[in-house]
Design a protein around this ligand. Structure first.
Ligand code: T3D
Length: 262
């Protein structure tokens, strides 16, 4: 049982809910540790075939809990910041490298490190009340948790730098327009859209999804020849999955596939 995170498992979908609603799910140390523990356990759990990350109450997350920064002495705060960062790095890497598809479900505020954690997920669905911001510069910090990496790749360097420097809030529709989220939907439909997408992914070829994720991540900094080489290695692994065989059989038999995730 966790103090600041709710975990719910249903039909292959693990929903992880950051749960400090009175401070808009701002991260304190315990919530960060609990998130790391859950994500690292999820990586080992083959029953879980899709992950949804969201926030309790009216927000996704308001970043680092600033009361912790406010209480720290200057010297202490530099070393505390390093410790925090190491923990955040573990969470970001853990999320990005999960073998299952991960959806960030973003309603209300998603700012600072909370937004960058959403960027480490594979898909982002925003409600139309979403308020996204790289708020770091507002309090004199650089974007961390992989902000520079994810934003530049998702948006291109010009837009990424604009978000980081101006640190302004953008709404869900604008976030969809610039590619920061995959889709923005009315708040009334938000939960249903997220769960339908999660269930669809949970019924998919999970092992192949993991390979697709890894192939795309590893292709980021390679040239075409290297990517072609890499995709060959990945395709031979995909060809050997039970779900590939099932997919082809289902096609031949003119029926929907029944994927086992293996
Ligand atoms: O360690 C590391 O290296 C990681 C570093 C990470 C840095 C960051 O994450 S930078 C971003 C830090 N976060 C912020 O700067 C956001 C601060 N919050 C706000 O500016 C506003 O709360 C919002 C614009 C997000 C929302 O405004 P609003 O009016 O909708 O809500 P509110 O009334 O301000 O917030 C509700 C409560 O949550 C309020 O508490 P109260 O007054 O009801 O007792 C507020 O203080 C609290 N809260 C919101 N955000 C935080 C927070 N408490 C602590 N830390 C927060 N980040």
């Amino acid at each position: 049982d966790f103090q600041h995170v709710l975990v719910q498992f249903d039909a292959g979908v693990l929903t992880i809910t950051m749960n400090r609603p009175t401070v808009l799910n701002a991260f304190n140390d315990l919530m960060l540790q609990e998130m790391i523990e859950i994500v690292e356990a999820t990586a080992q759990d083959e029953e879980i075939r899709c992950v949804v990350l969201t926030g309790a109450g009216r927000a996704f997350g308001a970043g680092q809990d600033l009361s912790l920064f406010a209480n720290a002495q200057t010297e202490e705060s530099a070393s505390t910041a390093h410790e925090h960062l190491r923990a955040y790095h573990r969470l970001v890497m853990g999320l990005q490298q999960l073998p299952q598809p991960v959806i960030a479900a973003i309603h209300g505020v998603a700012t600072g490190i909370s937004l960058n954690i959403a960027l480490a997920c594979d898909l982002r669905i925003a409600a139309d009340n979403a308020r996204l911001s790289e708020a770091f510069a507002r309090i004199g910090l650089v974007p961390d948790g992989g902000g520079a990496y994810f934003l530049s790749r998702l948006l291109g360097s010009a837009k990424a730098l604009e978000l980081a420097l101006l640190a302004e809030e953008i709404n869900g529709a604008e976030a969809e327009r610039i590619g920061l989220v995959n889709k923005c939907v009315p708040l009334a439909d938000f939960e249903e859209v997220v769960i339908l997408l999660a269930r669809r992914l949970a019924h998919g070829p999970t092992r192949t999804y993991g390979l697709i994720k890894q192939l795309f991540h590893e292709s980021q900094d390679k040239d075409l020849a290297a990517v072609l080489q890499l995709e060959g290695d990945f395709q031979s692994r995909a060809i050997n999955t039970a779900d590939h065989r099932e997919g082809v059989q289902a096609f031949m038999q003119k029926r929907p596939p029944r994927y086992s995730g293996k």
